[in-house]
Design a protein around this ligand. Structure first.
Ligand code: PEP
Length: 250
């Protein structure tokens, strides 16, 4: 059995006071909830602060991205060693906003993914098609190639105990959600692709859905056979909604 994961991607949001309020609410709302792993991914600036607030709670810390380089003259970047020192357990890799707004290529995504694995942290590899690609009937091909970039470069072992997040780009922050059937179809496709290399790793692989998950649609999405939780943006900034979404995964 795969234990579901719900991860909140706070993106570039929050302030010292709003984060304190959010964390107080989440710790209270999620205390005693079992059967789901929960993570919050604040801006790198707040990782240290949020990490201290998590002390004594079962909520995990995640980062939104990481440098592919170990250390050195990379102004503005954060290394995986730095994230590890702050007790991050997860690192989101290849989020569509990183790919589209900051030009991250598959090669960079693979390098970041490997850096995260090498440090013993868990990558959350984001994949997903744009609306144009879906309308052209290319969703399957695009997702297979994004997953394939990691599989081909690093082998199936690299997906052992890792997390993939299917996030259709057209559903992120738009209020449009993939239907449970649409999402399930893609999740099953991803699992089948990994199974071609290693059936056991594929069976254990957590595949999250992301894209306008909210308190109202989470339960139906998470009830699908290959949907193992969610990567949640907007709704992860609202205590009640995020708690409801986490509970929906149990
Ligand atoms: C995301 O950014 O990963 C995401 C899924 O955002 P939202 O839930 O706001 O669509």
């Amino acid at each position: 059995m795969r234990q579901p994961l719900v991860a909140g991607n706070w993106k570039m949001n929050g302030s010292q006071s709003s984060i304190a309020e959010l964390m107080d609410g989440l710790k209270a709302g999620l205390s005693g909830v079992s059967g789901v792993d929960v993570a919050v991914c604040p801006s790198a600036v707040y990782l240290d602060r949020v990490g201290s607030m998590l002390n004594g709670s079962s909520i995990n810390l995640g980062a939104q991205t990481v440098s592919e380089y170990e250390s050195g003259a990379y102004t503005g970047e954060n290394s995986v060693a730095m994230l590890k020192e702050l007790d991050c357990r997860y690192v989101i890799v290849g989020h569509s906003e990183r790919r589209s707004l900051f030009g991250e290529t598959d090669a960079q995504v693979v390098a970041k993914y490997q850096a995260v694995r090498d440090a013993g942290l868990t990558p959350i590899l984001c994949v997903g098609e744009t609306l144009e690609e879906r309308e052209q009937g290319r969703a399957q091909e695009v997702i297979a190639s994004q997953v394939g970039a990691v599989l081909d470069a690093l082998g199936a072992d690299a997906l052992n105990e890792a997390v993939v997040a299917y996030e259709p780009v057209w559903a992120i922050g738009t209020g449009k959600t993939a239907t449970p059937d649409q999402a399930q179809e893609v999740h099953a496709q991803i699992r089948a692709q990994v199974a071609q290399s290693d059936a056991v790793i594929a069976e254990q692989l957590l595949i999250l859905y992301g894209g306008s998950v909210n308190a109202g649609n989470a339960e139906t999405l998470f009830s699908m056979a290959d949907i193992d939780g969610g990567l949640v943006g907007g709704a992860s900034l609202k205590v009640e909604d995020f708690v409801t979404i986490c509970r929906a995964a149990t």
